[in-house]
Design a protein around this ligand. Structure first.
Ligand SMILES: [Zn+2]
Length: 317
């Protein structure tokens, strides 16, 4: 989906100080922290929310900030149903509004957190969280690696070639591939998970991969379910919920479509898609290295799924 790179709001974004002044009565409970936790790109929609609640008799807000890409709002006084409906509408708008610029955005995952961001700000933030500013500037000024005519990555970000730039940016930042030795202790449990998912999905399960945790120091694993086109994610989630295993090792399970893996820059979670494609550790290879049977040996009767992790580009451990 092409993303607009310009703000969709006609009026200039309200500054935090202007908001605090304009809505001093409703925000009196926030006076200490002000709008410190509210990203700049959401000032405009917050202003509209506060104007609407003021018109509805006013409310006393005790929280107005962002967390994990969601607008967090709490209030004490006011017409609860009416203010609640206005807050819900503002949260829905925030879910598709870039936190940095107020333009059209999507909920996106960065290496260590999530945020609602437009494509240019997602790329910029992904880079600046790991690289010094001069390196980010140099990287963005360089020409896009593929395609003619030559155009800088920064310019391409505003065009329909933005997903290419995004994939290049994420590839630049990907953590090292997980090492089999580090995962060996969890192999028996991984084998159990594989057997259950094979029974639940049969031939519909296209692949299973192991991923490192999202943070550099995290050792927990992620399982990526790569499902058939049109497969409902909730279907997979139900099967995953029924896993007869304890998950005290912080296993994270994600469902990714083959399209997301083929085109990470166009997926809803490009970071995860690229991670799965380039740095996933095929389960079959892990189990073989641990001296266990591969998941194909536990396939259910409903089909004969191909061996998991047939990705020729996957690391050799
Ligand atoms: Zn933006």
């Amino acid at each position: 989906m092409p993303l607009a790179t310009r703000p969709h709001t006609a009026r200039p974004p309200a500054t935090a100080a202007r908001l605090a002044l304009r809505h001093a009565r409703q925000l009196s409970a926030l006076s200490g922290r002000g709008f410190a936790g509210l990203p700049r790109g959401w000032h405009g929609l917050s202003d509209r929310l506060l104007c609407a609640t003021e018109a509805a008799g006013g409310a006393r807000f005790t929280r107005l900030d962002a967390a994990y890409g969601c607008l967090r709002v709490a209030f004490e006084a006011g017409e609860r149903d009416l203010v609640g409906a206005l807050v819900t509408a503002a949260q829905a708008e925030a879910a598709v509004t870039c936190e940095r610029c107020g333009g059209a955005g999507l909920h996106r995952r960065l290496a260590r957190r999530a945020a609602v961001l437009c494509m240019p700000h997602f790329v910029h933030l992904a880079l600046t969280e790991s690289l010094p500013p001069w390196a980010v500037r140099t990287w963005l000024r360089a020409p896009l690696a593929s395609g003619a005519p030559a155009v800088s990555r920064a310019a391409a970000l505003g065009s329909d070639r933005a997903p290419q730039v995004l994939e290049q940016a994420l590839a630049r930042l990907l953590p090292p591939a997980p090492r089999i030795e580090a995962l060996r202790a969890d192999a028996p449990r991984i084998a159990g998970v594989c057997a259950h998912l094979r029974r639940a999905f049969g031939a519909r399960l296209h692949g299973l991969r192991l991923l490192p945790g999202s943070g550099p120091a995290e050792r927990h694993l992620g399982l990526v379910l790569e499902l058939s086109p049109g497969e409902a994610e909730w279907d997979a989630m139900i099967a995953v919920e029924a896993l007869p295993l304890d998950f005290d090792w912080s296993c994270r399970i994600e469902c990714l479509s083959p399209q997301a893996l083929a085109w990470p820059g166009r997926s809803a979670d490009p970071w995860l898609a690229l991670l799965a494609r380039d740095r996933g550790l095929p389960v079959a290879r892990l189990l073989a290295a641990c001296g266990l049977h591969g998941p194909a040996a536990t396939a259910g009767p409903s089909g004969a799924p191909r061996a998991a992790g047939g990705d020729p580009g996957a690391p050799a451990g």
